[in-house]
Design a protein around this ligand. Sequence first.
Ligand code: FNR
Length: 182
Amino acid sequence: SQYHIAVVVGALRKGSFNRKLAHAVVRLAPPEFSFSEVQIADLPLYNEDDDANPADAVKRLKLDIKAAQGILFVTPEYNRSIPGILKNVLDHGSRPYGKSVWAGKPAGILGVSIGSTGTALAQQHLRNILAFLDVPTLGQPEAFIQMKEGLFDEEGNIGAASRHFLQNWMQRYVAWVKKHAL
Ligand code: FNR
């Protein structure tokens, strides 16, 4: 495919609704887009002492991001912010200073939560970080999704109630990536 997207899911648990959302939503993309989830479970906690000698998992993360034309963040909200899991990924990719892999990569943000605020506050915090990291991030439509009956159908696709909304979101994301891809 012409455009390869690195998907960063801010959750580690197997049954993650956010991972489920990521897998469902990429099925709404056109054929010139491909997606793969970046592995993050084996990343060490960021430690500046290791900048000169990064772990294999860190090298892999950076190669995966460098190779992508865009990023898709799909993240839960933890205590009204992004999970530390995701912050760790962002910090790793941002260093050493001047060698950030994030800069200039177009991004979109999605998230689903149990509560009715649908990760809105986590997404705002993430936007703040991405602005600093020079990541052009799709502003509209915002997607604050609540986990409820019918969000996914039996096959793990987006259910009828949210399908039109997320199909439109994907269309806007695709256009955003095409416009900003380096
Ligand atoms: C949560 N949850 C949560 N939900 C929310 O809407 N706002 C919040 O601030 C929090 N805070 C929070 C903190 C911690 C440590 C946990 C474990 C959970 C609930 C959260 O939406 C729910 O657990 C989701 O299912 C997490 O996403 P995944 O793992 O299903 O992708």
